[in-house]
Ligand binder design. Sequence first.
Ligand code: NDP
Length: 518
Amino acid sequence: MSTVEARPQDATDGRPDGQIAVENPATGETVAHVPDMSAEQVAQLVARARRAQPGWAALGFDGRAEVMYEARRWLVQNRDRMIKTIVDETGKTREDAQLAEISFVADSLGFWAKKAESYLKDERVRSHSPFAWGKKLVARYRPRGVIGVIGPWNYPLANCFGDAIAALMAGNSVILKPSEITPLASLLMAEGLRAAGLPEDVMLVATGRAETGTAVVDHCDMVMFTGSTATGKKVMARAAETLTPVSLELGGKDPMVVLRDADLERAANAAVYWSMSNGGQICMSVERVYVEEPIYDEFVQKVTEKTRALRQGRPGELGSVDVGAVTFAAQVEIIERHIRDAVEKGAKVVVGGKSGAGPGRFFEPTVLTGVDHSMEIMTEETFGPALPIMKVRDEQEAVRLANDSRYGLNSSVWTRDLAKGERIARTIEAGNTCVNDAVTNYGAQELPFGGIRESGIGVRHSAHGIQKYCSTHSLLITRFAPKSELYFFPYSKRRSKLLERLIVLMYGRGSRKRKRGR
Ligand code: NDP
């Protein structure tokens, strides 16, 4: 057992319950302890981050980018240490940590280092308004101050520190609040940033439970939250008390629509990979599949064989297992409840369906058929290695069912006819839709990524994903300034009449297009 070295920022206030034990879900062993920070400690961290922010902002884009490139080098050099830390606290496989955590975050560090300046550069604006003629108009972005980044346990690096990168590149300080289940990757990354030259106190980690998160919401200038829909609603309600802006990346129930002309081998491989990868603990996992009748049996057969062949177990050497542990203990009950509910209502478990034997916490890769929308497994986020497959008559029924959800995160359509695929993709009600792919859109960081409905508010990635960390500041500069304006005091009948004639002249016409008979 090791204890993460506590730096001064991490010191507990001496409460007997001031430590949180971090468990390896694949073995049941305690791997570390971290402080359970009080609201008062969070307030102190925010005050320190606030003091450090102006100096960080003053470094400019190039100065900040240098630190990010250096952090990227550090991450790659220390990849084994980071992968071990993530595997130990999540029970995920080494491959799951390598691709979606190390590779994604390394890519993201370079992406924001390169793109931040162009996404946040001043915009010179030309106005249509006669009141602004001849004036210089500039829309600019300036850092909000201290951003609270609150993250979940399923991606302790990519969905925690990952969201801090754009916030930092925009010139903010960051308070990073990882899940109490998986705080170690954030602490290690903070060490990496110090080694990369990040000035003291620009990013501080607030380890703790829900109360710690609440304090982050109370004290920061903006909150970037990733987690469950239920907690997202609490965060938004709390933030409303101080009118603190929030960006929420929440749960999903992502549909996959497989049409009769799809490449079935690719679709089946993708269905298995994107439902079981990371143990199914991805916000944008394939959580439900709709397959057109003529190809349904063949698709189910392929998915069944491929799922049966998956190797599950304690993560070992590279290539030793495909599916790791269930990171969060309470998640097992949710997975079991969804499967029990489905079976009671007539679904059939084709593969898996049970928790694995200990030590460690595993749930067998599971495929269900005979499912419908009366079942929780088709409507609620399962967040585990379970894939329900439903037969549909035609594409209309598939789209109707795909859209029948309170969520709207990712989604996918599978067909060899690309024009049809894009046409159908445009009718899917979600933040993001892939054709003949799933989840890969997340890596294309030029594209906005976010959810609609109860999957979230706001986006990460793209220009929007960094502009949200700034307040807009509009400048109007009058260069040719007369002593007085037509509309200034004192009001006079003559000038008011003149203004009225101008209003009629400018706004009294209907549509020019209609007049031209178009
Ligand atoms: P939770 O909502 O339980 O927790 C998320 C974070 O919020 C944790 O750090 C948690 O701390 C903290 N927290 C808990 N209560 C509060 C509160 N009242 N105020 C402020 N912060 C609080 O989510 P999970 O960790 O269980 O993560 C899984 C969920 O995340 C899934 O629904 C998944 O879909 C979603 N997710 C969404 C993504 C997206 O991009 N849309 C990406 C990844 C995951 P603590 O753990 O210490 O309680």
